[in-house]
Design a protein around this ligand. Structure first.
Ligand SMILES: N[C@@H](Cc1ccccc1)C(=O)N[C@@H](Cc1ccccc1)C(=O)O
Length: 729
């Protein structure tokens, strides 16, 4: 197509950019911009909670709530961006200005993560934490404003580049746009955690959060430059005044006017917005009707996002109780989330080039709203899968003591067999350096213990704290102190293994390994727990000049207490001599079992989100495209709030039951949505607008014809009256 300029505006007109394979060339700059921007956003988000926890030293609760508040804010600010774009600056300028704000925010985050800035004593930890907290909060606010503000504009601006003859290409554009989002986010969620794990610093080496934030900052600058480079090729629709204010005033007037004319004597009007006709243009009223129709349809949508956004929270927590060993690859629980963009990159092309055309060939009219309904059903199915997986996991999870119970294991540190009778239980016989296999469970906090070793018999009453798991360490000489130690009362977090050593020897033992240092353990004492990732670990045990090695393979989420026996001989290795107590079994349900739920939620996302993005654009009047995109994103924000509310209110004792509850809620909402969708009639906003403009033009023509006729009549009157005058004379 020829490269035309819009003669009226002196700018490029719609659908006239240079074309490549039927697509406007300007689209290339927009999709590359989106790729870099999403890399920047998801890359920063991937390490944010860890930055809060390990750099700013916030506790888990504070870190999680600030994280969710930030995400919710990112989906509330699109309203602001859309208003600015549609009514004041236009989409192009809004994207440029807010991208600058966004890039400044990312740079602020990167600077806030340089520990050397306030590390005056050079010990590796920042000395003025307030500086880092304030700078990072300012950074996050700017990022939320930037990413949210430009979000509704970029998609709508892309859609604007297509002419009316490029309807099919525009639909494909939204799919490609979605692919770019996921390409960018996939790369960044893999890369930034790797960058974070590096050590960097001027005076002392620490985890490199500044690099993990710095690279997204650089990508945001690239996004901005790429977008500016395309400047000459874009079609830039002009903002049409403060449209949002006009819309609000018009709706307000319609309501007031309807209320004033509420009696039976006033004839009814077709639509309540028609009560604004006395004061407002028919075109504006028609446009508001179009927007309200779509917004009404949006009411049930947040429920989809409520389920969708639990990938990052509940499903990741579920993965922490699973086994991530994929042979060549060991997947960490939070890395399971990358399955989503990977599946998007495969499913979008498959849907577009295979499934949808096949459905069409079968003669079925798979309308956007039908696709969205199917998307919801798939998301509900994903949660049913999650519930089934949870039931499997629950079977393998340890049963921790209730608030009124005590659980107890016995550990014989001596070198004689001990017989122990706990309350009225059968006596337990423990060989030297043996640990009882299972926990004894009591519903009391006072237990009588009768222990016999050789000729020594000791009878003691022992107090316990209810709700705890403990170990009772029986010493070499039963008459000496019996040590009670707390075991873990929950699974170790993030698939780690919690390991500790008990020293049954009469001498100090130093235990170390490449991944954790247990320090010097006093005789008949124990070390703290150390968290160890999965894989093989070799422990080095040293007592005086003697040492030996003990190796062990760890899975995910286990807890072990290793006993250094009293009679340990430090040979070449102590492999056979160390006793281990498996307090919490490693996760046995494989993470691959989460793939079906990821598949269903992602297929649901493709049908729901990709289609919804395009539907929001196609059903919006020309001057409110960005506003409807913002409305779409607002449903995401509401969905996130529902997660917090439902999880707080429902507080179901079983996780699988919560998954089923969410699936049922979505099915109920989906039924309501399908009824609403059934009554929705698709419109072509451009056609409707054109009709009103035509009516206006016709009215204008009629008016001028009438004026001409009136002038003619006046002229004729004056001529005839002068003729009459003449005659009368
Ligand atoms: N599939 C997501 C991207 C993603 C990447 C890595 C982990 C989780 C998710 C996606 O395409 N997001 C889009 C659309 C969207 C989805 C949900 C809420 C708002 C928008 C995006 O624009 O980020």
């Amino acid at each position: 197509m020829a490269d035309k300029e819009d003669p009226k505006k002196g700018k490029r007109s719609k659908g006239t950019s240079k074309e490549v394979c039927g697509y406007p060339l300007s689209i290339f700059f927009i999709v590359v911009n989106e790729f870099c921007e999403r890399f920047s956003y998801y890359g920063m988000r991937a390490v944010l909670v860890l930055y809060f926890k390990y750099f700013l030293r916030w506790d888990d609760d504070l870190a999680t709530s600030i994280y969710h508040t930030f995400v919710a804010l990112c989906y509330l600010t699109p309203i602001l961006g859309a208003i600015v774009a549609d009514s004041w600056l236009g989409k192009f300028k809004t994207i440029i200005y807010l991208s600058i704000v966004y890039a400044i925010g990312q740079v602020a985050m990167a600077v806030s993560a340089i520990h050397d800035i306030t590390d005056t004593d050079r010990d590796g930890t920042p000395d003025n934490m307030t500086f880092h907290v304030v700078l990072s909060m300012v950074g996050l606010l700017l990022i939320a404003l930037g990413t949210g503000g430009i979000k509704p504009c970029v998609a709508a601006f892309g859609g604007d580049q297509f002419g009316d003859h490029q309807e099919k290409q525009r639909r494909t554009f939204f799919s490609v746009f979605y692919l770019c989002i996921n390409g960018g986010s996939l790369l960044s969620t893999i890369i930034t955690p790797i960058l974070r794990a590096q050590n960097c610093g001027i005076y002392s080496k620490q985890k490199c959060y500044s690099l993990a934030f710095g690279v997204p900052a650089a990508l945001m600058m690239v996004a901005l430059v790429v977008f500016i480079l395309g400047s000459g090729m874009y079609y830039k629709a002009k903002p049409q005044g403060n449209i949002m204010l006009d819309v609000c005033k018009c709706i307000g007037f319609a309501i007031k006017n309807r209320y004033r004319h509420r009696g039976n004597q006033y004839p009814k009007r077709k639509h309540w917005m028609d009560w604004a006709e006395e004061k407002y243009e028919k075109l504006l009223i028609a446009q508001i009707k179009m927007v309200l129709k779509v917004l009404f349809l949006y009411i049930p949508l947040p429920m989809f996002w409520t389920l969708f956004d639990q990938k990052g929270s509940r499903w990741t927590l579920q993965a922490t109780t699973m086994n991530g060993d994929f042979g060549l690859l060991v997947i960490q629980p939070d890395q399971m989330q990358t399955v989503n963009p990977i599946l998007i990159l495969t499913l979008v092309p498959v849907m577009d080039s295979l499934i949808y055309p096949l459905i069409k060939k079968c003669g079925l009219n798979f309308t956007p709203l039908k696709r969205m309904t199917v998307g919801m059903i798939l998301a509900a199915l994903a949660f049913v899968c999650a519930a089934v997986v949870q039931l499997q996991i629950d079977k393998t999870l340890p049963v921790f003591p209730s608030a009124s119970q005590v659980q107890l294991k016995l550990l014989n540190m001596g070198n004689k067999t001990v017989t122990v009778q706990l309350q009225d239980n059968e006596p337990a016989i423990l060989a030297p350096a043996q640990v009882s296999d299972e926990y004894f469970v009591f519903d009391t906090d006072q237990i009588t213990v009768l222990a016999t070793a050789g000729s020594t018999t000791v009878h003691r009453g022992i107090s316990f704290t209810k709700g705890k798991r403990q170990k009772l360490l029986l010493p070499l000489d039963l008459n000496k102190e019996w040590v009670q130690i707390d075991d873990l009362n929950s699974k170790p977090e993030e698939g780690n293994n919690a390991i500790r050593f008990v020293n049954g020897k009469n001498a100090e033992v130093n235990v170390s390994s490449a991944v954790a240092n247990f320090g010097i353990i006093q005789p008949f004492h124990y070390s703290n727990y150390s968290l160890i990732k999965n894989g093989k670990v070799t422990f080095n045990l040293q007592s005086g000049s003697e040492s030996c090695e003990y190796s062990r393979d760890f899975g995910f989420g286990s807890s072990f207490t290793f006993l250094i026996p009293n009679n340990l001989t430090f040979g070449q290795n102590c492999q056979e001599e160390i006793t281990s107590a498996e307090d919490i079994k490693p996760n046995s349900v494989h993470m691959a079992l989460q793939i079906p739920q990821y598949f269903f939620i992602t297929a649901g996302e493709v049908m729901f989100s990709v289609t919804g993005l395009e539907f929001s654009y196609s059903q919006a009047p020309s001057n409110m495209k960005a506003v409807l995109q913002a409305g779409w994103l607002f449903t995401v924000a509401i969905g996130n709030f529902i997660v917090l509310i439902v999880a707080e209110l429902a507080k179901l004792p079983k996780q699988w039951a919560e998954y089923v509850l969410f699936a049922s809620l979505l099915v109920a909402v989906c039924i309501i949505f399908s009824i609403m969708a059934y009554f929705y009639t698709y419109i072509d906003p451009a056609e409707i607008e054109a009709q009103f403009k035509k009516v206006d033009d016709d009215d204008e023509d009629d008016k001028s014809k009438q004026q001409k006729a009136e002038i003619e009549m006046v002229k004729r009157d004056s001529v005839s009256s002068s003729e009459d005058d003449e005659k009368s004379k």
